[in-house]
Write a protein that binds this ligand. Sequence first.
Ligand code: CA
Length: 608
Amino acid sequence: MSLFAFLGLHQSSAVVVKKITPTFWWAGMHNPELQIMLYGDNIGSCDVSLSSPDIALRDVVKQENPNYLLLYVDLSEAAPQTFNIILKQGRKETVVPYELKQRRPHSSEVKGFDASDVLYLIMPDRFANGNPANDIVPGMKENKVNRNEQYGRHGGDLKGIENHLDYLEDLGVTAIWLNPIQENDMPGGSYHGYAITDYFQVDRRYGSNEEFRQLVEKAQAKGMKVVMDMIFNHCGSHNFIFSDKPSTDWFNFKSNYVGTSYKTASVQDVHASEYEYKIAVDGWFTRQMPDLNQRNRHVAQFLIQSSIWWIEYAGINGIRQDTHPYADFDFMARWCKAVNDEYPDFNIVGETWLNSNVLVSFWQKDSKLAAPRNSNLRTVMDFPLMDQMNKAFDEETTDWAGGLYRLYDYLTQDLVYADPMNLLTFLDNHDTSRFSTDDKKAANLTRFKQAITFLLTTRGIPQIYYGTEILMTGEKSEGDGMLRKDFPGGWEGDARNCFNASGRTAQEEAAHAFIKKMLNWRKGNEVIGKGTLKHFSINQGVYVYERKYNGKSVVVIMNGNDREAKISLTPYAEVLPKPQAKDFLSGKTITLGKELTLGNREILVLEF
Ligand code: CA
């Protein structure tokens, strides 16, 4: 039952409870402790008791603000039930029912994402508008839609994604990552989702919690996992936990605005000053995004529970954690462990936007550089590889610099990573220029094919940004909204519909057909999803690497120059077990004699 069902029913009651978080919970969780946060005018002066004999009230914690009470209850002996939280002020009494649900069968066995997957990143406001009726929700602070305004809301929603699950399944992706869908009831810029105002509620302009749960179920029925975006570093300034905060120490700098430097290298820097470190980690992302103090144990438990709540409620397969290095290291490590204690196979990817593999590697689980501390974060984002890929396919390649040499050179340094196969790899995302920054680059299909082939065959967990398959363009210097354009055909009345082949230009269709072919070949292909990587230094501008698993292998041969290349095959004998092999891309049989001649920028994907 919803909280609203009993609000106002107790006119003579002690207090009116405005919010309860989590809104409900489950019996039989690995961690038996639950924090229940009660919010209401002067609720802090109430005495608290529970109606259930098998639920122990361990602690009742008051905050500076009398409008809060934090209950800590022990559920180790509790069966699924609805019990009453009884609040007393003198002779007045308020009874608040609280539900402990039955867990879904096998909910702790949820399968996380890994290198066998390809994630497709969607910005929900900009993908498809499946329900124009929810575009404007009365009472919410940003209550207009304007598709011509790059920072405005455009009306996309969960129904729009659900309507295109067939498209995504056909494309061949195996997971979708949604930018945040939690409520962002902010006066402006709410479309991007990174200023959460309610950690337990889907923004009503995207749909309901139940619609999200159903979307996850439908995606999973089609073999696709769902990754949810979460933000623990900060919340939106209109979140009630900030606007009427429990205590000033729930936010860093005692809830006073000090901006972050964004220079998170200082977290790993052995020479960093204390000042530098504090500004980076405790500074606020923006004035509208106050920085949560995760060293406060109540804040920590609130955030951890919010993530477990969504996993258990919606059955999601993964979390992408925003601004991971901006939050407290020890808290984030504790959070990752708490999630895997409940869901052993669940995966989390942290947004580790750092400029070098040394700094990124520090954040990965079991990093030798972070030892004896351990982040417990299995997947980190390979931003340095993104930088290299955005240059590699535009340059001529020599044996010692430029072009594909960048990729070889970068991967030779993978020893720095505790687990290179668990890196998230990508050409772009919602915060960067698109791989096709402009029409000229989008017109270069050879560049696109080399990049997609490399991304989908090298080590790691590839992520593709929506619209990449139809060569959507975007340049960051023109504004973030330009990186987040509407998918053509997602809105009724759009001039063309790129979800259908008939709506795509010949160039877009060629790109779409290529990536679809590669994705469907990669799907379930254990050589790529589980295989080892072995590569060779650049030879005559040509890059050669092998993926191998269980006696099968794939060898990629890529010419990094706009001219023909003739290479001796002698150095590659150890990865060429047969005198000929079929090239997956062309379907032709390639003879592997003493020498091999490759056309301009030609790619071979040989299967053994
Ligand atoms: Ca809508």
